[in-house]
Design a binder for this molecule. Structure first.
Ligand SMILES: Nc1ncnc2c1ncn2[C@@H]1O[C@H](COP(=O)(O)OP(=O)(O)OP(=O)(O)O)[C@@H](O)[C@H]1O
Ligand SMILES: [Mg+2]
Length: 384
């Protein structure tokens, strides 16, 4: 193969000269030359950075602005020099190293910037540099991501409910058929001893009442679970959230695994969105039950505990366990080993836990199976 033909229209660029270190014998620049060099370096740096940079003196007078700052505020080249910094950053406080402040464009538009202030001393005068980053886009993107995540979580709750309908119908039917049986028995007893006030009948009617309340309670939790709402965080016990979620996740599945729950004696108060944390617990429990499908030993153990500054839940199962490849991809979306799985349960759980300032992870269970755990920061206050 020969050299590619050269196009005469293409001017060949000369290779840049290699950078040359000054030899020891060469004197380091001094005085005016050193000042000129420093200025040239500063000018190169100012024009090269993507963030806006403003220099100002002790009285707030702008003595320098790079092109990015001029663009950010909509001013022409050099137009900002000599103005007071308050025309673009009215609320800036040079004593605060890092702050989020409102900025004003020349056309009057307002937006938010993150300002980092550096201070230097040149003679008697203090000089300041403000590095400015527009966070409007980043904020909007974050808000959009949060909205999408909560939409996704809501859609998943609905689909989980769809899958659990048969089991839940059974769960709600049970107390109602108990009510029917108690009422029939009470009627039969009354027929046998008409006009009497028997403690036996009162007891049966009390039981019927309790069962009706239980059915109502299940329906209330279901309604809460499928209601779309803004995220509302309140202080509550993690163990109570776990109890409520257990009713949902274990509905109609009692025969599928033996459940044991260890509740901490400590103050397991967390600041949490009830429905969202319940969703995480339901996801982990459903995964555990599914992983134990067909296993000889099917034990699901839930345990809450309290450490220094966090509250923790462990969900341990005796299922098929986690192989190394699965472990790496567990929390990534759309990774599922199940024919009907979407692979979303764990990734949604992780985004919910992290949005609460917590952490979620998985480990092998020493006796076989897996342990999924999450922590949430301990709440300062108590339930209202
Ligand atoms: N307790 C567990 N034991 C073993 N493997 C598990 C366990 N929990 C999750 N996994 C593995 O992690 C994968 C991802 O779980 P994830 O809950 O995100 O999705 P999924 O259960 O497959 O589907 P779905 O979207 O319906 O929840 C599962 O397919 C399974 O392979
Ligand atoms: Mg799942």
């Amino acid at each position: 193969m020969g050299q590619p033909p050269t196009d005469p229209r293409v001017r060949r660029r000369r290779a840049p000269e290699p950078l040359r270190r000054p030899s020891r014998l060469e004197a380091a620049p001094t005085g005016e030359e050193a000042a000129r060099l420093a200025e040239a370096r500063l000018a190169a740096l100012m024009q090269g950075v993507a963030d806006g940079v403003l220099f100002f003196d002790e009285s707030g007078v702008l003595v320098g602005a790079n092109a990015a700052a001029e663009r950010l505020f909509g001013y022409a080249r050099g137009e900002l020099l000599g103005c007071n910094i308050s025309i673009v950053l009215p609320g800036i406080d040079p004593s605060r190293e890092r702050s989020e402040v409102e900025a004003r464009r020349k056309d009057g538009a307002r937006f938010g910037v993150e300002a980092t202030i550096g201070e230097g001393r040149g003679g008697a005068q203090r000089q300041f540099a403000a590095v400015l980053r527009d966070f409007t886009d980043a904020r909007a993107a974050r808000a959009e991501l949060q909205a999408l995540q909560s939409e996704l979580a809501y859609a998943r709750r609905l689909s989980a409910m769809g899958e659990m309908t048969a089991a839940l119908t059974h769960e709600i039917n049970q107390p109602f058929s108990a009510v029917a049986t108690y009422v029939r028995t009470a009627r039969w007893l009354l027929q046998r001893k008409p006009g009497s006030r028997s403690p036996e009948i009162e007891e049966i009617l009390d039981k019927a009442g309790a069962q009706a309340i239980r059915a109502g309670e299940i329906i209330r939790r279901l309604r809460e679970f499928v209601t779309r709402g803004d995220s509302v965080k309140t202080v509550q016990r993690l163990s109570s959230l776990v109890d409520e979620a257990t009713t949902l996740a274990f509905a109609g599945r009692r025969a599928e695994a033996r459940l044991s729950v260890v509740r901490t004696d400590g103050d397991d108060f967390v600041l949490a969105d009830r429905v969202q944390i319940q969703q995480v617990v339901v996801n982990l429990m459903r995964n555990a039950i599914e992983a134990m499908d067909g296993a000889a030993r099917r034990e699901l153990s839930l345990a809450t505990s309290v450490a220094d500054d966090c509250v923790r839940l462990d969900v341990a199962d005796t299922g098929k366990g986690l192989d190394e490849a699965a472990r790496l991809a567990l929390f990534q979306p759309f990774r599922s080993s199940k024919t009907k799985g979407m692979g979303l349960g764990l990734s949604i759980s992780r985004s919910i836990v992290e949005a609460h300032g917590g952490r979620i992870w998985a480990e092998p269970n020493s006796g076989g199976g897996a342990i999924f755990s999450f922590t949430l920061p301990k709440a300062e206050g108590r339930p209202e």
